[in-house]
Design a protein around this ligand. Structure first.
Ligand SMILES: [Fe+2]
Length: 360
């Protein structure tokens, strides 16, 4: 029985194959719903997940849920834009019960687009901190990541650097490595600055960031870390999990690189460090609503949390789940408790001010 279920799960696993908008891959994507919509065995309990996250360990999670609940998990993996387009195109006939994706901005966009339905669930509300879920229950954060300042341990942390605000000071000219302003991680980060410091101060701050860049923004967070260790700049801005992924890399050079990087959790003396999430919500027309809710409750359990967070070196969102030893080694820290909805509301203004400030 279990072997059969697992076989079915892998049959419907499309991890990694749908990552671009090339015509061939789009045809492939369009072929998927027929599989999902195929008549299920009568009375079968199932939950259909559209996931923009894909890690090998996620499959372990789905299988454990099936063993525990008797509910079969069917998964389609693609990037979030493709999944949202699918859900829109399928409309009321969409087989999708749950959407899993990364970043408050994308979750908020899905909510605003009417993709989710509100869920009131006492277990989820008790276990997931309020700032890491949507106030109306359209989505729930299931892992969190901190956007931090990284430095070369050999050079040490610059004196008097404790806050994000400090990064705009003239002493860090030619010292900052950070990806482009248009990337959603930076928009969320700047949205948190906007909430804390207001428009005028945040725009001045963004101008300072743009002026202090060691090079025109290029690459992802890991590229900023590599460039910093290569001496191209004094400080790199990156999400914590990127350092964690270097730490557990199969490549010795990446593990060695990670050992050379120190982490500053900014703003510990005031609001705390900016956090973001990966999360999930129940689709508006979910055909298997009860199963979907059972799945979300399972995702908030300590064991599922440890596995789901650990696969991408993120922080669990519940207090009783194990944190990866590497992350524990970075130390505990104060998190900015700003609500996800406030953060999302600030994002359009944040992007505009970053562009006005000349942060490319
Ligand atoms: Fe990322």
């Amino acid at each position: 029985m279990i072997r059969k279920l697992v076989a079915n799960v892998s049959q419907l696993h499309y991890g990694g194959s749908i990552t671009s908008d090339s015509p061939m891959q789009r045809r492939h994507l369009l072929a998927l719903p027929a599989l999902l919509a195929a008549p299920a065995i009568a009375q079968e309990r199932v939950v259909n997940i559209y996931s923009a996250r894909h890690y090998d360990t996620d499959r372990e999670l789905w299988d454990a849920f099936t063993r525990q609940s008797g509910i079969r998990v069917r998964v389609i993996e693609a990037n979030v834009d493709q999944l949202l387009e699918r859900i829109r195109a399928e409309g009321a006939n969409s087989p999708a019960d749950i959407l899993i994706t990364v970043d408050i901005g994308r979750l908020a966009r899905a909510k605003d687009g009417g993709v989710f339905q509100p869920t009131r669930n006492a277990t989820l509300e008790a276990r997931i901190p309020a700032h890491l879920r949507d106030p109306q229950g359209h989505w729930f954060g299931f892992t969190s990541r901190a956007r931090v300042v990284m430095y070369d341990k050999a050079r040490g942390l610059p004196a008097q650097l404790t806050r994000y605000e400090d990064l705009a000071r003239a002493e860090f000219a030619n010292g900052l490595l950070v990806r482009s302003s248009g990337y959603i991680y930076n928009i969320g980060w700047t949205a948190s600055m906007l909430a804390a410091d207001g428009l005028a101060a945040t725009e001045a701050w963004a101008r300072g960031i743009a002026q202090n860049l060691a090079r025109p923004p290029s690459g992802g967070d890991r590229d900023q870390i590599r460039a910093m260790i290569a001496g191209q700049g004094r400080l790199a801005i990156a999400n914590t999990y990127y350092l964690g992924l270097l730490h557990i890399s199969p490549r010795a050079e990446e593990r060695e690189l990670a050992e050379r990087v120190g982490v500053l959790f900014p703003n510990q003396g005031d609001r705390g460090t900016h956090m973001n999430v990966s999360g999930a919500g129940i689709i508006r027309n979910a055909p298997n609503r009860a199963a979907a809710e059972a799945f979300l409750e399972y995702m908030a359990s300590p064991a599922a949390q440890a596995l789901f967070a650990g696969s991408n070196m993120e922080y669990p969102v519940v207090a009783d789940a194990q944190i990866h030893p590497f992350l524990r080694g970075l130390g505990s820290f104060r998190q900015d408790p700003i609500s996800a909805s406030d953060l999302a509301a600030n994002m359009p203004e944040a992007l505009r001010l970053m562009q006005r400030a000349g942060w490319r």
